[in-house]
Design a protein around this ligand. Structure first.
Ligand code: SF4
Ligand code: SF4
Ligand code: FES
Length: 269
């Protein structure tokens, strides 16, 4: 039987415990992943990550997990590092793993979490600091699919118009089409195929984006876009495990988009 062992720096230590709830009725504990590349041990190596526990009074903050994190950052420990911008599920920057599920901290209600709330960065991504994943690789993959309108025909005097049926392919008749993707990467970081082959497999987020341009009636590079995906790894590492669709906080269906691309590949043979 294969013996697996983890590198020493993968062990997560027990961290600080801070209680600012002062016996409040609505006290809640948030167990938060902390790692600082500048926090070094005696030998000059970065210390292992740790889980800090913060118990706070929920009456002092808003109802969402992001509200609790910002309360902790503003009132308890200003060194806590996370990304956020819009606070309403639009920018995708507050994506993290909450209670074992990749989701957006700003749209995840604390009331929907059971017991202590465990918060870690998106899994299987390098960590910059605390809850901030390094997105350089996924954005390089995004650039690789050339996510812009490509045309050969001369530009018209006004916009390139679409029928309602064609725009539904982007927005979805139910509002859950590929154009609704906010590039939060909850899906790619929940995909086992992407965990193991993320260097070459594009993953569900980027493939959904590729699909978004393939089905855009105004784009004139469909064949070229399909050619670029015709590869044993870039597209075909998807094994329809469906984690991506199950976790998408915007209710999108990247697994279906990937299946549609595979179908187009077969149909054009
Ligand atoms: S359906 Fe494909 S892309 Fe989605 S989680 Fe499964 S293997 Fe990954
Ligand atoms: S498909 Fe959903 S989970 Fe994936 S990046 Fe887009 S919005 Fe996020
Ligand atoms: S802060 Fe923008 S999606 Fe959460």
């Amino acid at each position: 039987m294969a013996e697996l062992s983890l590198p020493k720096n993968s062990v997560v230590r027990k961290g600080e415990t801070v209680n600012t709830a002062n016996g409040a009725k609505r006290a809640r504990t948030f167990s938060i992943y902390r790692w600082d590349p500048d926090d070094l041990d005696d030998k000059g190596n970065a210390k292992n990550p740790r889980m800090d526990n913060f118990t706070i009074d929920l009456d002092q903050c808003g109802p969402m997990v992001l509200d609790a994190l910002l309360y902790i950052k503003n009132e308890v420990d200003s060194s806590l590092t996370l990304r956020r911008s819009c606070r309403e599920g639009i920018c995708g920057s507050c994506a993290m793993n909450i209670d074992g599920t990749n989701t957006l901290a700003c749209t995840k209600a604390i009331a929907d979490c059971q017991g202590d709330v465990k918060i870690t960065p998106l899994p299987h991504m390098p960590v910059v600091k605390d809850l901030v994943p390094d997105l350089n690789h996924v954005y390089a993959q995004y650039t690789a699919i050339e996510p812009w309108l490509k045309t050969d025909t001369p530009a018209p005097n006004r916009e390139r118009l679409q029928t309602h049926e064609d725009s539904d392919k982007l927005n979805g008749a139910d509002g859950h089409g590929p154009a609704g993707c906010i590039l939060c990467f909850c899906c790619s970081t929940s995909c086992p195929s992407y965990w193991w082959n993320g260097d070459r497999f594009l993953g569900p987020a980027i493939l959904l984006q590729a699909y978004r341009w393939i089905v855009d009636s105004r784009d004139e590079a469909t064949g070229e876009r399909l050619d670029a995906l015709e590869d044993p790894f870039r597209l075909y590492r998807c094994h329809t495990i469906m984690n991506c669709t199950n976790t998408c906080p915007k209710g999108l269906n990247p697994a279906k988009a990937i299946a549609e691309i595979k179908k187009m590949m077969v149909e054009r043979l």
